[in-house]
Design a protein around this ligand. Structure first.
Ligand code: MN
Length: 152
């Protein structure tokens, strides 16, 4: 069931995060959220198939193609999550403050099994970005996220 893991991890009588329901957004929702949980990280979210596919990026995303960021795939989130801001209470999953770092839309320019080329239309990130599954340390959840080099 989509979003089952998302719902299982949260107690909605305690957290203000949206309940996990599959619901279409604009079809191309893009967001990055700054999340001050036990470690500050940046959550990349892309609307694909009625949910937000999600990756936790431990360091601030960069617009320099040479600066490649680890992006650890996490559980799918509901589309409504893209506009969530607030404090997840102490003791709850992901406890800490969530606020918007970037938002907008995106398109998939090219998709291979373990590689997505995205065109991002955000306020901070604009242009082509690459998401590639590297499986660092043998972990399939490990991807890299970086700005695509401009073509000559
Ligand atoms: Mn997070």
């Amino acid at each position: 069931m989509p979003l089952e893991k998302y719902n299982k991890l949260r107690n909605f009588s305690k957290t203000n995060e949206p309940k996990g329901e599959v619901k279409k957004g604009t079809g191309s929702v893009y967001a990055i959220q700054e999340h001050r949980s036990s470690h500050l990280h940046y959550d990349l979210r892309l609307e694909i198939g009625g949910v937000l596919r999600s990756w936790a990026i431990p360091k601030e995303p960069s617009t320099d193609p040479k600066t490649k960021r680890l992006a650890v795939e996490t559980e799918d989130h509901p589309v409504d999550y893209a506009s969530f801001e607030g404090k997840i209470p102490e003791g709850e999953y992901g406890a800490g403050e969530v606020k918007s770092w970037d938002s907008g839309t995106f398109e998939i320019i090219d998709r291979k099994e373990d590689k997505l080329i995205l065109e991002i239309h955000g306020k901070r990130l604009k242009g082509k970005f690459v998401l590639i599954r590297t499986k660092f340390g043998g972990d399939p959840k490990n991807w890299l996220f970086f700005k695509k080099k401009e073509e000559e």
